[in-house]
Structure formats: structure tokens, C-alpha cells
Design a protein around this ligand. Structure first.
Ligand code: GTP
Ligand code: MG
Length: 210
């Protein structure tokens, strides 16, 4: 699947670039050309709920069935921030190790990165730092200290499963340049739109500072 005028696409993770000239021409002629495009990347271990968070936010849907993401996929969402139209392009990536080798071309040009873990699974929290470091390296971020990350602790609806306290997550945020922390449930739709709204505001502010 290509990244044409549709609002979703599968990244071509082989050798080709994500966009061809034709796509740019289509965009230039589109009435939405004046919109600011914000590229957001969701990263984290397999099964933490990255795809579910994206689907809840964009389609307001949740499925209990697990279908691993292969490579990466994106969906777009239009929103207004401070009276300005924004198109958020949300890239949902594969957490599974075996798909990592497919490449990370889509990391390039990211405006914000949401690091996702499952509050009921400590290992996924411990791996957040590796995701962050790998992203900074592979995306070629020039100013890592000031790159807008947010941390999402997902699956807060699971009863009696909590393995990572809010306090511990906040400590990580504090130690990593005061990044923002949001707790979410893609299943119940809790905290998801709030997290994306903050993330978009934050990313567009950072971009305006450039
Ligand atoms: N209870 C609960 N289950 C969730 C929540 N979010 C996701 N799940 C479930 O967790 C499983 C994994 O969710 P996915 O969204 O596919 O996880 P992922 O991070 O995209 O996984 P990869 O694509 O392999 O990287 C699925 O069975 C989801 O239904 C949540 O907030 N609460
Ligand atoms: Mg997925």
C-alpha cells in the first residue's frame, strides 16, 4: 500500500522513500495544504497497546483481539490548536523485535515521540529508555535534550494488575528532561484524546520555537 491521498498507509520499509513526487503534488493542490503537519511516532514494546491507542483516538474503536503491527502504519487526525488547523500524522510502529530489522525510515522528520508502556507489565517500562535512545539515534535528532517526548502508561483499566506506580513513571519523566506523563486506557477511552491534545500542542510549540 502506498502513502497516497488516503488517510492511512503502510510504510514501505524496504529501500524506497515514503513519499514520491506525486504525493507532494497531490498535497500542494489539496485544500488542506495550509494545515501544519505534525508527525508523531508511537514507540514501545509489543502488546503495550500502541495500535489500540491510535485506533481509539482516530476511530474511537477498541478491539480485544491482538494483531501485531508489521513495520509501521499511519493514520491522520485533523484538529485545531490555538485557532490553527493541524493535521496530525500518527505513526504506529511494530514493537516486535522481528520487525525492527525492516528499518526506521519513518522516524525521520518526527515532531514528537510518544513512548508507550503497559502499567501492568514492568518489563515494558524498563524498556522505555532503550526505545527512547534508539529513536534519538536513528531519527538523527540534532538536539536530543529538547526533543518533545511524552510517556504514556496504558491499560490502567486492568484491575489489580498495576506493576508500575504513577510515582515511578513520574520519576523517569523528571530524570529525562521533565517529559510529560499521561495514563491511558485504550479500552475505555480514558486519557487518550487528552494525551494527544497535549502532545500536539507541545510539538507545535516546540516547532514554532525553531
Ligand atoms: N485491558 C486493556 N487491553 C488493552 C488496552 N490497550 C490494548 N489492549 C490489548 O492489548 C493487546 C495488544 O494491543 P496492541 O494495540 O495490538 O499492542 P501494540 O503495542 O500495537 O503491539 P505491536 O503491534 O506488536 O507492537 C490487544 O489484545 C489489545 O486489545 C487497554 O487500554 N486495556
Ligand atoms: Mg501494533
Amino acid at each position: 500500500m502506498g502513502c497516497g491521498p488516503s488517510n492511512s498507509g503502510q510504510a514501505n520499509l524496504g529501500s524506497k522513500p515514503q513519499y514520491n513526487d506525486e504525493t507532494y503534488i497531490t498535497r500542494a493542490r489539496s485544500p488542506s495544504f495550509d494545515r501544519t503537519l505534525l508527525k508523531v511516532i508511537l514507540l514501545g514494546d509489543s502488546g503495550v497497546g500502541k495500535s489500540s491507542i491510535m485506533n481509539q483516538y482516530v476511530h474511537e474503536k477498541f478491539t480485544a483481539e491482538y494483531k501485531a503491527t508489521i513495520g509501521a502504519d499511519f493514520l491522520t487526525k485533523h484538529l485545531i490548536i490555538d485557532d490553527k488547523p493541524i493535521t496530525m500524522q500518527i505513526w504506529d510502529t511494530a514493537g516486535q523485535e522481528r520487525f525492527q530489522s525492516l528499518g526506521v525510515a519513518f522516524y525521520r522528520g518526527a515532531d514528537c515521540c510518544a513512548l508507550v508502556f503497559d502499567v501492568n507489565d514492568e518489563k515494558t517500562f524498563e524498556n522505555v529508555n532503550s526505545w527512547k535512545e534508539e529513536f534519538l539515534l536513528k531519527a538523527g535528532i540534532e538536539d536530543p535534550q529538547n526533543f518533545p517526548f511524552v510517556l504514556l502508561g496504558n491499560k490502567i483499566d486492568v484491575e489489580n494488575g498495576r506493576a508500575v506506580s504513577k510515582k515511578r513513571a513520574l520519576k523517569f519523566c523528571e530524570d529525562n528532561g521533565n517529559i510529560q506523563y499521561f495514563e491511558t486506557s485504550a479500552k475505555e477511552g480514558i486519557g487518550v484524546s487528552n494525551a494527544f491534545m497535549h502532545l500536539a500542542t507541545f510539538a507545535s510549540d516546540k516547532r514554532n520555537q525553531k
